[in-house]
Design a protein around this ligand. Structure first.
Ligand SMILES: CC(C)(COP(=O)(O)OP(=O)(O)OC[C@H]1O[C@@H](n2cnc3c(N)ncnc32)[C@H](O)[C@@H]1OP(=O)(O)O)[C@@H](O)C(=O)NCCC(=O)NCCS
Length: 352
């Protein structure tokens, strides 16, 4: 355990994570998120990512917890990610201890940070929401979201998640299935295909779309943020470089002033079922036909670029009003099936 200890509290010592801690981190991460854990893939990138702190908590030298914070919104916000406590230490308040230390460590390094943001899964089928004590539900994603900003509690909003699974080999057939369904639901003339979504590749073009002050209301950004594979960022200039790092593929319903915007993150390996790929699609907007076109478009792109092989878990994050229509849209093809009940993505923010 080289490296330097950066603090201690409640019987834990805190350390800045290094690449050499990878195996220890993996040993406390077994079975996290039912095999959907992104950290095995992202850990190395986190070690060198600008403005990211990754803090480890150890008890008697043994790793017991990890939390990470990425500074976004031009230094005003920390996005908390990766929180985990080793199974034998859970239920004893360790998550609170390491987060309190990390908050204070981050504020020392980045005194401009005022807000803490987090996204979290909620499974309504598993019972009532376990609301975190420091975050109070003030609003929901929908036609009239409430945005109240106080230093104590800011906002909590929800989007829906649709999870499907299939072998990459079956994507070809699945895409044809989606295109046929799209064709019949939109009542297009026989032989006339439904128009593709617009691929937004030019950096300046994307910048114009993202920095349009009307974008958040037009596409109903949850809490005014673009959530990229669980990472919530305000659509402001300082965050564009962070989004650019992620190598996203953007689709829009129209090239200017889109009312529907969507992207996918390049598929990455996860531990699920001994080794699978995770393919995340984030959608913003409420038009069902656009959502269908975007889904088919993203599948076409990953297939065309040969970005998928083996078992692929696809998570689509979308406005709650679209979930049922998209569930139906994905049904009816044996090679790709739904693998999880309706679930929600919570967006939480509070002052620090
Ligand atoms: C969720 C997990 C980190 C909770 O750790 P824990 O130490 O057992 O949590 P405890 O209930 O004992 O600790 C309670 C404290 O942690 C906080 N906490 C618990 N779960 C939290 C979560 N998901 N996000 C943020 N804070 C959380 C509570 O707010 C409370 O803080 P306080 O002491 O300041 O009041 C742990 O069960 C775990 O590692 N699970 C697997 C990974 C995971 O689901 N991570 C959560 C990602 S959002």
């Amino acid at each position: 355990m080289a490296g330097s200890c950066v603090g201690e509290s409640d019987g834990l010592t805190f350390w800045v994570a290094e690449q050499k801690d990878y195996d220890d981190v993996m040993s406390i991460s077994v079975q996290i998120y039912g095999g959907n854990d992104y950290l095995p893939h992202r850990y190395a990138g986190w070690m060198t990512e600008p403005d990211r702190a990754v803090i480890l908590g150890r008890r008697d030298g043994k790793l017991v917890a990890l939390v990470s914070g990425l500074i976004v919104d031009e230094g005003c916000t920390v996005v908390v990610e990766g929180l985990r406590v080793c199974p034998s230490e859970r239920g004893r308040g360790v998550a609170g201890v390491i987060q309190r230390f990390a908050d204070q460590y981050i504020q020392q390094l980045y005194p401009s940070v005022r807000t803490k943001r987090q996204t979290k899964v909620d499974e309504p089928s598993a019972g009532p929401t376990q609301t975190l004590s420091k975050f109070t539900e003030l609003g929901r994603r929908g036609p009239n979201p409430i945005h109240v900003k106080t230093s104590e509690v800011v906002t909590m909003e929800k989007g829906a998640g649709l999870s499907i699974i299939g072998e990459a080999d079956s994507f070809e057939g699945f895409i044809s299935h989606l295109r046929n369904k799209l064709h019949s639901t939109t009542g297009s003339e026989p032989g006339v295909s439904v128009p593709q979504m617009f691929l937004i590749e030019d950096e300046q073009h994307l910048k114009n779309i993202l920095l349009d002050p009307e974008l958040p209301s037009r596409v109903e950004l949850p809490g005014g943020a673009i959530i990229q594979d669980w990472q919530a960022l305000q659509p402001i200039e300082g965050n564009l470089e962070i989004l650019a790092r992620r190598n996203l593929t953007w689709l829009a319903d129209k090239p200017e002033r889109p009312a529907f915007l969507s992207f996918y993150t390049p598929p990455y390996p996860i531990p699920y079922k001994g080794g699978s790929l995770r393919f995340n699609i984030d959608m913003f907007g409420t038009d069902l036909v656009s959502a269908k076109r975007a889904l088919a478009g993203h599948f076409e792109k990953v297939r065309e670029r040969r970005e998928v092989k083996g078992k692929v878990l696809v998570h689509v994050y979308l406005n709650k009003s679209l979930w049922e229509g998209m569930r139906e849209f994905c049904e009816g093809y044996t090679g790709v099936t739904r693998c999880r009940e309706y679930w929600e993505q919570l967006f939480l923010e509070r002052g620090m």
